[in-house]
Design a protein around this ligand. Structure first.
Ligand SMILES: CC(C)(COP(=O)(O)OP(=O)(O)OC[C@H]1O[C@@H](n2cnc3c(N)ncnc32)[C@H](O)[C@@H]1OP(=O)(O)O)[C@@H](O)C(=O)NCCC(=O)NCCS
Length: 395
């Protein structure tokens, strides 16, 4: 029996505001599941014609699958939404790209005909479950991953600076300052409004707040301010700082995917169409370079070159890793196609939530740029992986 692949489309993508991890964070008193449930409900509310019973699986990326994020949170989220027991769910871990992988898996399920309508999200409460919490690496892991630095993402970024000294600290800081400026412009222009679902929360001091704004961005960031910051991952001669790295954050984001046929039957206009996905592995001690081979593979599968890509959303785990990617593809650090609304250095990086966050940005950017045809979402992943998905504007 031979089968054609089904076309897969994105109907909508939403997210929570991203909070800072820790007691001063807006989500300190909010559980991970309670970040996800309002997003699911919002997707249904804002997409008339779609009802919970149409959702054939609730696929959630989550890096730290213990405590509130354990127990197959993907299954629990629709149950906590009080949608009954009929919506299955699962949890996926590919560290930072867990959410993007949830989207990739869901795309494959729809393309292959296994499903017509899926939810694919990502959530990470790094305040409640810090990076590496309760992890127990194999005794040979350090040796086989290439050294102790493979376990510390900031050190992997220092390693990229070492290996490719043409990317200086000043360049990393300049990239970070531009990122903050772009994010500030986008926020003030209201670009986040359509994608952020407000959530009522109680702060650590008991104050009630409607969380509808990202907590991480630092408008007014200057080169002088960045130059004076500590280099926590290497005391002497380090280049990676809190200013040119993504932060530690809490947040969730989710995407509603459908087969193009089902969307058409329902009279729903999709936002974008899936084109190609690829994942790649690299030396874990310089994991940040991995978006390059992942993107090359995805471009190859799509029969495209980087010149065909009108919008690039790269998750900026660290400035240096984004600089490496851009340099490899011959793009300037300030190329207007890249992270037009700023990236993770400004908004933060709640690990598994960042992939669907990139997709939400892509939907918004395609809408604003109807002439843009192709877009790329790409991220690096701890232990040395990269994940890239190419999309086509459907608006
Ligand atoms: C880099 C890191 C250690 C910093 O953590 P932190 O010390 O809690 O960060 P903070 O936000 O408190 O910032 C530290 C200092 O820098 C300052 N700072 C941060 N960004 C700044 C900016 N853009 N301009 C000026 N100052 C800034 C803060 O004000 C703070 O100053 P203070 O110590 O005087 O209060 C942390 O964010 C981190 O680990 N990031 C990487 C996360 C990661 O690995 N993710 C996975 C990627 S694959």
């Amino acid at each position: 029996m031979t089968r054609e692949l089904n076309d897969v489309v994105v109907i909508d993508a939403v997210r929570t505001a991203f909070g800072r991890a820790g007691e001063k964070g807006i989500f300190w008193n909010t559980r991970a599941e309670d970040l996800c449930v309002p997003l699911m409900k919002a997707l249904i509310e804002r997409n008339p014609g779609i009802t919970p019973d149409m959702i054939e699986d609730s696929v959630w990326g989550v890096t730290n699958q213990v405590k509130e994020q354990g127990g197959t949170i993907g299954r629990m989220i629709p149950i906590l939404a009080e949608w009954g027991w009929k919506i299955p769910g699962c949890s996926i871990d590919r560290m930072c790209a867990s959410g993007l992988t949830a989207i990739g898996f869901s795309v494959s399920h729809i393309a292959s005909g296994m499903a017509d309508c899926l939810i694919a999200g990502g959530v990470e409460h790094m305040g409640h479950l810090p990076m590496g919490f309760m992890r127990d690496p194999h005794p040979r892991a350090e040796e086989l991953l290439g050294g102790a630095s493979a376990f510390n993402m900031g050190m992997t970024a220092e390693n990229i600076h070492d290996r490719y000294p043409q990317f200086t600290k000043e360049m990393a800081d300049e990239y970070a300052r531009n990122c903050q400026e772009k994010a500030d412009r986008a926020i003030n222009a209201g670009k986040m409004k359509d994608m952020i679902i407000p959530i009522d929360v109680e702060l650590a001091d008991g104050t009630q707040l409607t969380a509808d704004r990202d907590q991480q961005p630092r408008p007014g960031t200057t080169m002088e301010g960045l130059a004076g910051l500590k280099t926590p991952f290497r005391e002497e001669g380090g280049r990676v700082t809190a200013g040119n790295a993504s932060g530690l954050n809490d947040g969730a984001a989710v995407v509603l995917l459908m087969s193009a046929t089902r969307a058409q039957e329902l009279g729903i206009v999709p936002k974008m169409r899936w084109v190609a996905s690829a994942v790649a592995g690299v030396d874990p001690t310089i994991m940040g370079i991995a978006p390059v081979p992942a993107t090359e593979k995805a471009l190859n599968k799509a029969g495209l070159t980087i010149a065909d890509i009108d919008i690039i959303e790269i998750n900026e785990a660290f400035s240096v890793q984004a600089l490496y990617f851009l340099d490899h593809f011959g793009l300037r650090p300030d190329d207007p196609r890249v992270n037009q609304w700023g990236g993770a250095i400004a908004y933060g990086h709640p690990l598994a939530a960042s992939g669907p966050r990139l997709v939400a940005f892509m939907c918004g950017l395609f809408k604003e740029n109807p002439k843009a045809r192709y877009g790329l979402t790409t991220m690096c992943v701890g232990r040395g992986q990269g994940y890239s998905i190419i999309w086509e504007n459907a608006i």
